[in-house]
Write a protein that binds this ligand. Structure first.
Ligand code: ATP
Length: 235
């Protein structure tokens, strides 16, 4: 579904990614773990077209998308729930979900997909008319994911869904991510600092350190890997 090859990204003179390669196969949840500043968000930004790579290939479903404009890439079936959620604060929950569906081609299934989002996140249904900015952090995260789903993506990228959310809600949100993957067969690239959770829900993982991938394996293997345990799973 997604293949990145030898991707280099610079911010001015600073090199943020120096030659990373990874694959996200159809129907899987793949996670990218790593400390602050490792380059996780930069990887997602390069895929969604928000930063232009210096070099490297980014292939989405057989098409080269590196360097394309973000709205063109969205049109190719990519949706992202960004770090810090970024819902439209002054719009209602319903209006945010409508915005998610704005670019999609088949409008016919809008109602069905809306039902699915409300079924996965009943809290959003209860708060349909509430301004998104007044939702709790966890609810805003649900809305950001729901809005991404409304674009009917082929690939969903989630940037730090656990960030700043109460532990109980984090658990719920990760259960929902697994549910969405299983029920819709949706391919997911998950960036997460909470390596424990990320490796629990994903099929395969990559460990990023200062702009390089230093380890990759099935998530089950990474969870028992000595280095991963010492550096990311609290020993
Ligand atoms: P975090 O978990 O803290 O979000 P991350 O792994 O997502 O970290 P990135 O945000 O991708 O890391 O940052 C990678 C590196 O690029 C860091 O050294 C960061 O300071 C730098 N960087 C990110 N954005 C910019 C920018 N707009 N201008 C200059 N440097 C940047």
């Amino acid at each position: 579904m997604l293949e990145i090859r030898d991707l280099h990204v610079n911010y001015g003179a600073i090199s943020a990614l120096h030659g990373i390669s990874l694959r996200v196969p159809q129907g899987q949840i793949v996670t990218l773990i790593g400390a602050n500043g490792a380059g996780k968000s930069t990887t997602l930004r390069a895929v969604s077209g928000l930063v232009k790579p210096r070099s490297g290939l980014i292939n989405l479903e057989g098409e080269e998308i590196a360097g394309m404009a973000p709205h063109t890439i969205v049109g190719r079936g990519l949706a992202q729930s960004p770090e810090g959620r970024m819902v439209f604060a002054n719009l209602t929950v319903m209006e945010n979900l409508r915005m998610g569906a704005y670019l999609r081609k088949d409008k016919a299934n809008f109602a069905k997909d809306l039902d699915y989002v409300f079924c996965i996140f009943p809290r959003l249904k209860e708060r349909e008319w509430q301004a998104a900015g007044t939702l709790s952090g966890g609810e805003q995260q649900m809305l950001a994911i729901g809005r991404a789903l409304m674009s009917k993506p082929k690939l969903l990228m989630l940037d730090e869904p656990s960030l700043g959310i109460a532990p109980l809600l984090v658990k719920t949100i990760f259960e929902k991510i697994v549910e969405i993957n299983k029920e819709l067969g949706l391919t997911i690239l998950l960036v997460e600092q909470n390596a424990n959770l990320a490796l629990e829900v994903s099929h395969y993982g990559y460990v990023l350190e200062t702009g390089k991938i230093i380890l990759e394996n099935t998530s089950a293997e990474l969870r028992v890997n000595e280095k991963v345990r010492a550096a990311y799973l609290g020993g």
